[in-house]
Design a protein around this ligand. Structure first.
Ligand code: FAD
Length: 471
């Protein structure tokens, strides 16, 4: 009896419900991944994330090989082409049942509907699971039976319903029956060329690497997380997001390992641990939002009124923002970190997104797309949630008149300007008293640009634009 596991955003062996069920119920298991450069492009996936994806597929293939499960990579023309490719492999290999873990976006859900119709017609069994969250998306509802649109009550419900049994993820895999098929990954042409500037040794691929990163964070950093998480030079966060985005590690595993060092206490005990779990619940929240309010995955704002906002567009400002040349050192350092590492510190994501959508008054969708095109941890729901939060168009959004001042943010969170100096070498000789907003003559000396806009005026302009949209 043969089964097929269709890998998607779940590039791991452990805590992988579809792989586990296939292994329990079938003596021969095959695996497939459908690789589509066209689809990746349509979804704005970053070049660096694609490289990380390919590296992780290699690692997954090796892990599966130890279980005698061959991983076949097939080139797909996009989601619409996926079901046909799966159907072909089922016929060629005489597969009895297909297993997969669900994804949340509307394109992905539509593809799976089509797949199910075909499998029903062909009378081939299938089973799908939710693997990305602790609770299945859409299952936590308010007293009125509606999905949550505000984080705090969502989190409260999440905690009320939490049970350690939800994290019962241990499973010992045993090698399956040998197959005649071998993985084609070494000969598969990914047709990939690296166009980014990220040093990939920062992001070693594979489930083992994700485990090492998690355990390093839990032993060395989590106790200080509550204090350190907002200071970008400290690097006090886990940097586990790229692994979560591709499913190289599961959220359940992250929470379980954190609870193990907190006496299994979810809301009490060490502050750093409870705070870190809170952040993972934010991820769960945004995935629920995307699942329950599909309009947000179709380029629409959560808040209806915000459709009336008259966004500006200025090519010069847009390019200055992308290049890290706005003349606001903290914004520029953050944007240069994004290009250099494929990753940006959370506090700075909020700072640059708010600067983009409020001070520059540019449409959040442009910033959202640019982030996706450059982030190694690009995650549709968290990115969309973060951009809609920053632009006051989303759930829980920052009130429109609460606009971060980038200079104040810089003085508060990069007190000595060390982060700025790391990413803007032109400013490395400046004293902390001037580095957050260098005077004219310092800028000239350092060959650093003048600010592209006036903070006060642009703030008022944004407030007026939001007020007008509300009225
Ligand atoms: C404008 C904007 C865009 C963002 N885009 C993304 C994105 O594309 N992908 C992404 O994973 N996160 C995104 N975030 C959320 C957050 O910035 C990153 O998850 C975090 O910086 C990742 O670093 P870390 O793994 O060290 O986080 P840690 O502080 O160690 O947190 C652990 C995990 O919790 C989750 N998490 C933490 N903060 C948030 C948050 N605010 N929202 C949702 N989940 C969170 C992440 O999965 C993270 O890996 C965005 C935030 C903003 C404001």
């Amino acid at each position: 009896m043969k089964s097929l596991v269709w890998f998607r955003s779940d590039l791991r062996v452990h805590d992988n419900p579809s792989l586990k069920e296939a292994c329990i119920n079938f003596d021969e298991v095959h695996a497939v991944y459908l690789y589509s450069p066209k689809q990746l492009k349509e979804h704005n996936e970053a070049n660096v994330k694609t490289e990380f994806l390919i590296n992780n597929l290699h690692s997954l293939s090796q892990d599966l090989e130890k279980l005698n499960i061959p991983l076949t990579i097939l080139k797909s023309d996009g989601f619409k082409n996926d079901p046909q490719l799966i159907q072909e492999i089922i016929t060629q290999r005489n597969i009895q049942k297909v297993f997969w873990n669900n994804q949340i976006g509307t394109d992905e859900l539509d593809r799976d509907m089509l797949m199910k119709e075909i499998l029903d017609k062909e009378k081939v069994d299938y089973e799908s699971y939710f693997d990305q969250l602790v609770f299945n998306p859409g299952s936590l509802l308010s007293g009125q039976g509606t999905p949550y649109s505000v984080f705090t009550p969502f989190k409260k419900k999440w905690i009320e319903n939490f049970d350690l049994e939800l994290l019962d993820i241990d499973f010992e895999y045993k090698p399956k029956k040998l197959t005649e098929i071998t993985s084609n990954i070494k000969s598969f042409d990914f047709n990939f060329s690296s166009k980014h500037f990220v040093d990939m040794t920062l992001w070693q691929a594979g489930e083992k690497e994700a485990d090492i990163r998690l355990s390093f964070f839990l032993t060395k950093k989590i106790s200080q997380y509550a204090q350190d998480r907002n200071d970008p030079i400290i690097d006090g966060t886990s940097r586990i997001s790229p692994y979560l985005a591709l499913g190289v590690i599961s959220a359940k595993k992250c929470i379980l390992e954190a609870l193990k060092i907190n006496n299994f206490e979810l809301t009490s005990g060490k502050k750093g641990i409870t705070k870190w779990i809170d952040e993972i619940i934010w991820r769960e929240f945004y995935k629920n939002i995307m699942f329950s309010f599909p309009k947000v995955s179709k380029g629409q704002p959560f808040q209806e009124y915000s459709k009336a906002i008259k966004w500006r567009y200025d090519e010069f400002e847009y390019n200055a923002w992308k290049k890290g040349m706005t003349g606001f050192p903290i914004v520029d350092a953050a944007m240069r970190q994004l290009v250099a590492e494929g990753w940006m510190h959370n506090r700075l994501r909020m700072v640059v997104a708010m600067f983009f959508t409020k001070n520059m008054l540019h449409d959040w969708r442009l910033g959202e797309a640019y982030f996706m095109q450059n982030l190694i941890d690009g995650d549709f729901s968290s990115n969309n949630g973060g951009w809609q939060w920053s632009s006051s168009t989303g759930t829980d959004a920052a009130p429109y008149f609460r606009i971060f001042n980038p200079i104040t943010q810089s003085t508060n969170f990069d007190k000595n300007g060390e982060f700025i100096k790391k990413y803007i070498p032109e400013l490395r000789d400046l004293d902390k008293s001037v580095i957050h907003n260098p005077p004219k003559e310092h800028r000239k000396y350092c060959n650093y640009p003048e600010p592209i806009l006036d903070l006060k005026q642009s703030r008022l302009r944004a407030i007026e634009a939001f007020k007008a949209a509300k009225s």
